[in-house]
Design a protein around this ligand. Structure first.
Ligand SMILES: *[C@@H]1O[C@H](CO)[C@@H](O)[C@H](O)[C@H]1NC(C)=O
Ligand SMILES: *[C@@H]1O[C@H](CO)[C@@H](O)[C@H](O)[C@H]1NC(C)=O
Ligand SMILES: *[C@@H]1O[C@H](CO)[C@@H](O)[C@H](O)[C@H]1NC(C)=O
Length: 509
């Protein structure tokens, strides 16, 4: 008893000291002044949204996505009208109330018990797009549409067979007609970024099993022997629970596992420091082991590690890192992390600012004082480009797939610093999209960001709605409306309400 008292007294003192010295946890700058043309820019984004949405309805609905060149549709997310569900939270944020409600009404009629495509159902993609989209819309609209919650529950129940026996890690795919998992290998991103959505679902249904399933997978990943502290190998075998290979990256396949460590700590305000601490460990070892600056331009990059060898490559996907480190750096009240993040954000923006379209490529390489290995053979033209810009576009990765990450991080940088140069970058990207992505219908991915007439490719992914248009709009919006101090964004850009932040996250502080 006496010992308990002393302990709580000590903790109370420590807390007092933390609060009085610094108010950690505040993410947004308190001095953001929205430029006077913000309203015009919100209208510009709204017009892109309207054009994209109307073309989708006209040519593709109820299929998942629009193919802008052939004016037809494609089912690549199991045929549950992915664009409609993924657009819900953006329609709400932009204030398209009537379209939002009709999209909600339609979503309530989707039969999530059956996949209407032959393939299996991805646990990860279905969680971040469909479950995340519906729970965010449910919450944003004040719990007014219970069908959104019941639909999310139906999906999660179907997906939960991915956790087999006592396995901590789910299989990545489920066969909905047989209610059996497909016994594939997985990645830590697929296994480790379900927590925000399944935790919210547990909160709203009162069924804690959803949280337990998602959390036990992450806790397992946290304990894996790792190539560098805090970052496990990308591959994971759900049957054995063991790592596959030793590839280390902040890019696709690992990205959102790391992203969710700090976001889960923030969303839940859990007293268990393991999530925030593991994130801080991953960031720390990344700065020590993976950080590289280019020999041209001194740009700040974070390299991959391939069998212990530094690979001097970056990707559009990995550019989420800057925004995530800004969030976590602020929550941990650590300026070293915040300043690194701003430098990394600058390097990612440079991949936009250096091309003929003003849009960045899928992946790029660079050289640093310790080497030039990129896994590819740069041509004479690549080297010339590098000598001008401090990176070169990797062959085969010249395209823009309507991804959000660079503008997502740019949005965080704007809200965290209030520096209008970030606002202007969003204006510039909006103009580039209007000029270079405008397709026969709506907007389209393009083949080569460094060539204004390289042609269209692929389809208009649902994350164009969920992420790109939302992050652009929010950059032009009143910063107190959807503040980074009030909401946590899932990896698909869906917003979840967060409680007031704690003064400190993790014991590392
Ligand atoms: C949505 O459905 C409700 C209930 O049927 C109906 O009252 C409402 O008008 C519908 N909203 C829209 C925008 O279609
Ligand atoms: C889907 O399955 C659940 C659980 O069996 C059931 O409650 C629901 O009504 C089904 N929905 C449809 C559209 O069949
Ligand atoms: C801030 O983060 C850096 C990088 O991880 C770390 O080296 C440093 O100790 C941290 N500072 C504090 C005060 O925790």
């Amino acid at each position: 008893m006496a010992i308990r008292h002393i302990r709580s007294l000590v903790l109370a003192l420590a807390c007092l000291r933390d609060v009085s010295s610094v108010l950690g946890g505040q993410v947004q700058s308190s001095s953001i002044t929205l430029p006077s043309d913000a309203g015009q820019n919100r209208i510009a984004v709204n017009n892109i949204l309207a054009d994209s949405w109307n073309s989708y309805l006209q040519f593709a609905f109820p299929q998942d996505d629009l193919i802008p060149t052939s004016k037809s549709g494609i089912n690549d997310r199991n045929g549950w009208s992915a664009t409609v569900v993924d657009a819900l939270s953006t329609l709400f944020v932009i204030g398209q109330d009537v379209v939002f409600e009709s999209a909600v009404n339609y979503t309530a009629t989707i039969n999530f018990n059956l996949s209407s495509t032959a393939g299996t159902v991805s646990v990860f993609e279905t969680t971040i797009r469909y479950i995340g989209g519906m729970l965010s819309a449910y919450e944003l609209s004040g719990n007014k549409y219970p069908a959104l919650l019941s639909q999310a529950k139906i999906l999660a129940n179907k997906l939960s067979v991915a956790w087999v026996g006592s396995n901590a890690v789910p299989f990545p795919q489920v066969d909905f007609s047989r209610n059996q998992p497909a016994l594939f290998l997985s990645t830590v991103a697929e296994a480790g970024s379900l927590t925000l959505e399944w935790w919210k679902l547990a909160q709203y249904t009162g069924n804690d099993r959803y949280r337990q399933l998602a959390e036990k997978s992450v806790r397992h990943l946290i304990k894996l022997p790792a190539p560098i502290p805090g970052i496990p190998a990308q591959g994971i075998n759900p049957s054995s629970g063991r790592s596959v290979g030793d590839f280390v990256t902040w890019g696709g396949g690992t990205d959102s596992y790391l992203e969710y460590l700090i976001k889960y700590a923030r969303l839940t305000n859990t007293n268990d420091n393991v999530f925030a601490d593991t994130w801080a460990t991953a960031v720390d070892s990344s700065m020590r082991i993976l950080a590289r600056t280019s020999t041209v331009g001194n740009h700040q990059y974070v390299a991959d590690l391939n069998s212990g060898r530094i690979s001097h490559v970056g990707s559009h996907l990995a550019c989420f890192l800057a925004g995530n480190w800004l969030l976590g750096g602020k929550l941990l009240n650590n300026d070293t992390i915040v300043n690194f993040a701003l430098a990394a954000n600058q390097a990612c923006w440079n991949t936009y600012a250096s091309t003929a379209t003003g849009i960045g490529p899928e992946a790029f390489g660079y050289f640093s004082s310790d080497g030039t290995f990129t896994g590819t053979n740069p041509s004479r033209r690549d080297i010339d480009f590098y000598n001008k810009h401090g990176f070169f576009i990797l062959p085969g990765d010249t395209f823009y797939d309507m991804r959000p990450e660079v503008l997502e991080s740019n949005f965080y940088a704007w809200r965290v610093t209030g520096d209008t140069k970030y606002y202007q970058r969003a204006v510039s990207a909006t103009n580039s999209f209007k000029t270079f992505l405008k397709a026969p219908a709506a907007y389209s991915p393009i083949n080569n960001v460094n060539s204004p007439n390289s042609g269209f490719m692929g389809h208009m992914e649902s994350f164009w709605f969920a992420e790109v248009l939302k992050y652009l709009y929010l950059t032009f919006d009143d910063p107190s409306r959807f503040s980074l101090d009030d909401y946590v964004f899932n990896t698909e850009g869906h917003l979840f309400k967060a409680p007031a932040a704690k003064p400190v996250y993790g014991v590392a502080n």
